[in-house]
Structure formats: C-alpha cells, structure tokens
Design a protein around this ligand. Sequence first.
Ligand code: GLN
Length: 213
Amino acid sequence: MTIGVLALQGDVREHLGALAELGVGARRLRTPADLAGIDGVILPGGESTTLSLLLASSGLFDPLAAAIGAGLPTFGTCAGLVLLAQDVRGGRPDQRGFGVLDCRVLRNGYGRQSESFEATIEVSASLGASAMPAVFIRAPLIESVGTDVEVLGWAETPRDGTRRPVICRQGNVLASAFHPELTGDRRLHRYFVGLVASSELETPEDPVAALAR
Ligand code: GLN
C-alpha cells in the first residue's frame, strides 16, 4: 500500500511521520506523475486558499479531482477538510475544492490564530470510543452535515459550548477539522489505513483475468 501526501504546502512531514509510525508506505504528491500507483491520499492542513492555487498551478487539481471522484480513499485534515467540503463559507470567491463531502464548513469558524486550542474530543466506537486529544489551528467549523455523512467525532466549541462534528466520513472520504498528525494518537491515521485496505479489497477483479478462467 502506498499513500500519497499532498506536498504543496502545509504540515506534510508530520503526516509522513504518522504513516511511517504505522509502517505504511508513503509518497509526496507534487506533480500529476506522482499520482501513479497510489492507493489513498492525504490532504494536509495549511491554507486552503493557497492550496487551491497551488493545486491549479501544479496541474494536480484535475487528475486528483478525477481520482477522488472515482473513489480514491482520501483523508483531509483542517485545510484538507475545506478542500473536500461541498459548501465552504468564508472562502475566497476563486477558491476551488473537490466538493465530495456533503457538509457546510465555515473557514476559521473557531476564530483567529489566537483562538487556536487543544481539546479532548469525543469519538465513536469505531475509533475506539475513548477520548482523543486534538489540536485545532484556525480550524474550519463544521456547521452541518448531510444524511450520508457519518460523524465519528465531536467537540465542544470553546466560544459558545455547542457540540459540533469534528470528524466526518462519507464513503471513502474521511475528514477532520483538527490536526491528528500533531498528537501521538494514531487512531485516525490507522482508521484511514483500514479504509484504504478495505477499498483495495473491493477493487473489481481484472476482467481479462476473469475471462481466462
Ligand atoms: N484556516 C485554514 C483554511 O481555511 C486552515 C488552517 C489549518 O489547516 N490549520 O484553509
């Protein structure tokens, strides 16, 4: 298995480190040629506006959009979540995204850099149920999710105490509002690796091989 980490901007090294800890092969994605043979992709945190521009100038936007649209397992963290969301509030008008996760996010919805925070979040049984440490840095606030979206984690919003989704999954798309690569808790990366492994098993049998039998 090889997981590609989008390496145009943001905390790429931390995601590569997390995957190495799990013994999973990983590769930096900088050009369309880097997409060949990857089984999953991580969109790291950074600045979604900048990532949008760099995705276009590197030529990665269209092939990556096609691959994600075709079901390539994808894990977006923080700015990566913004890139995956169908409805982005507070973005730049020319900001582009993949629009594959049925949710509405508000960029920087938890406030400015000075309002970045660490929290212990509540997670679902599929992530082991016990509380998970989480670092939120100018994080997107998930305002609503569609009916096909499974919420796997929730956190209290420091400003007003409301309980909001912070980890979402829709099919092969996984996203977190926070930075799981910045803590030592590897459950979310492990969950994503499981998603990649199960989607490899679902790959339809090679039709030529099937005919030969
Ligand atoms: N505020 C950033 C954005 O909307 C995300 C910040 C982050 O990834 N830490 O792109």
